[in-house]
Design a protein around this ligand. Structure first.
Ligand SMILES: Nc1ncnc2c1ncn2[C@@H]1O[C@H](COP(=O)(O)OP(=O)(O)OP(=O)(O)O)[C@@H](O)[C@H]1O
Length: 452
């Protein structure tokens, strides 16, 4: 799964974008600005090799489902190209489209929604055969459906053929949905959170079934999931998405054992059953995922990143830069309610609360640890004195209602992470899009302040 074209590739995704809501909404009209589309997928490059199980992981809303639907042609890309077996899927003849519809299938998250409640199991599974003109006689279809039902563990098939979805358990329904996808003998299956609606006790059975079916049907899978334990269990290779971008991709084991992108690192840090050695623990991400309508410039992860890169002439610690820079973002986004900071000590309170971060204990400073609700004492941070005084001036300007000047006051706090989009680079068998790797190996972790 490299970003580039490969002779063994079954699917190649090249610079694919998918934007939604391209028309001007009421808010845009009122504010007199250009339409702000949702940038669900942006500039994704991925190549999926025959026989692989490729995971697509990332937090809710990062574009996983949209990418999956682009792969099966339920959506058309706004820009870019997807090739299946070398053929651009946006430019197929009628015959090529028919063949594509047979060779490429999708399994959805919710088996309750993906099956028509008025169709029997037989009708539901036989329908794709008819659509694809694959079994002429009723007897042929019935034999084919019985075989697939047995293959998905619903045997004896006679018990299920005339049942309606409402008579089946969730696990059985998902098996029927899998049978419906496999009955046409596809080559490529996109499974979107295939077990997340199922009871935990039956998930492993369905996952193992999907693995067995991969061999039996000679399948290539894309597995979409926010659940990293599942990705780890199922996938040979994985692409991690953040706000519509693939930020790291490579062998799943490598990504787990030695994540390179700070976001991959933060994601795996949050998984309880993935052991991370102490010396590899990193300061976690902070804050919320920004809106895909107005994504951050440069690296989309930079406002939350623990490893944001200070300018070359920065004299303080990287931790101090991160805090000061995130403070600047918060001023720009008017994140502080001025009324809450009335009184003589208002500016000092806002600054100390604004510089505090919700990070693991070893990354907190002693005043943060005391939990006084006052945040961090700026003098505890390794901030250059001119930055500290700019932060104070900016805070006062903000509280005076002049947000623009407040942000301008902090103009010297700049980072390549906000100014330039990082390009994917090959690092240790994977591709990583992060400025830490601009010069080859990364400038590694800042030391935890408590360890200093
Ligand atoms: N049809 C649509 N119209 C407008 N916006 C959409 C549409 N589909 C998805 N989006 C938006 O695009 C972004 C990506 O959504 P998507 O469903 O692909 O993410 P996801 O990673 O699969 O999330 P989840 O795990 O919650 O399903 C989200 O902000 C979502 O609200």
């Amino acid at each position: 799964m490299e970003g580039n074209r490969n002779a063994e590739s079954l699917v190649e995704i090249e610079n694919v974008h998918k934007w939604f809501d391209m028309t001007q909404g009421v808010v845009d009209t009122l504010l007199g600005r250009d339409p702000q589309p949702v940038r669900a997928v942006e500039g994704v490059n991925l190549s999926i090799e025959k026989g692989d199980i490729v995971g697509i992981a990332g937090e809710s809303g990062c574009g996983k489902t949209t990418l999956g639907k682009l792969l099966v042609k339920l959506y058309e890309p706004t820009e870019g190209e997807i090739r299946f077996d070398g053929q651009d899927i946006s430019d197929m003849s009628r015959e090529q489209q028919r063949e594509f519809r047979q060779r490429v299938q999708m399994i959805f998250q919710d088996p309750f929604e993906s099956l028509n409640p008025r169709m029997t199991v037989f009708d539901a599974i036989a329908e794709p055969l008819q659509i694809n003109g694959m079994a002429d006689s009723y007897e042929d279809r019935r034999e084919r459906v019985k075989t697939v039902l047995n293959d998905v563990g619903l045997g004896p098939a006679e018990v299920y053929l005339d049942a309606f979805p409402s008579e089946l358990s969730g696990g059985e329904r998902q098996r029927v949905a899998i049978a419906r996808a496999l009955v046409v003998d596809p080559d490529f299956v996109v499974a979107d959170e295939p077990v997340s609606m199922l009871d935990v006790s039956i998930r492993a059975g369905v996952l193992n079934l999907m693995k067995d079916l991969q061999d039996k049907y000679d399948l290539t899978y894309v597995f979409i999931s926010h659940d990293l334990s599942l990705i780890r269990y199922m996938c040979d290779r994985t692409a991690i998405m953040y706000l519509g971008n693939v930020i790291e991709q490579g062998p799943t084991d490598k990504l787990i054992e030695d994540p390179k992108h700070p976001y991959t690192e933060a994601l795996f840090d949050a998984v309880p059953d993935v052991e991370i050695a102490d010396e590899r623990r990193r300061a976690n991400a902070t804050g919320e995922v920004p809106s895909p309508r107005n994504p951050p410039s440069g690296c989309r992860y930079h406002p939350r990143c623990a490893h944001i890169i200070p300018p070359d002439d920065w004299q303080g610690s990287r931790d101090a830069f991160r805090r000061a820079y995130q403070y600047k973002i918060r001023l720009r986004e008017a994140d502080f309610e001025r009324e809450e900071f009335d009184g003589d000590d208002g500016a000092e309170r806002m600054l100390s609360i604004g510089l505090a971060l919700d990070v693991p204990e070893e990354y907190r400073h002693s005043s943060e640890l005391r939990g006084t609700g006052m945040g961090v004492d700026p003098s505890e941070l390794d901030l250059p004195s001119e930055t500290e005084s700019s932060l104070r001036t900016a805070t006062e300007k903000y509280l005076d209602g002049d947000r623009e000047s407040a942000v301008a006051e902090l103009d010297a706090l700049r980072t390549v992470c906000a100014d330039e989009v990082p390009q994917p680079r090959p690092i240790d068998e994977r591709q990583v899009a992060c400025h830490l790797y601009d010069d080859g190996e990364a400038m590694r972790t800042p030391a935890a302040p408590n360890a200093e």
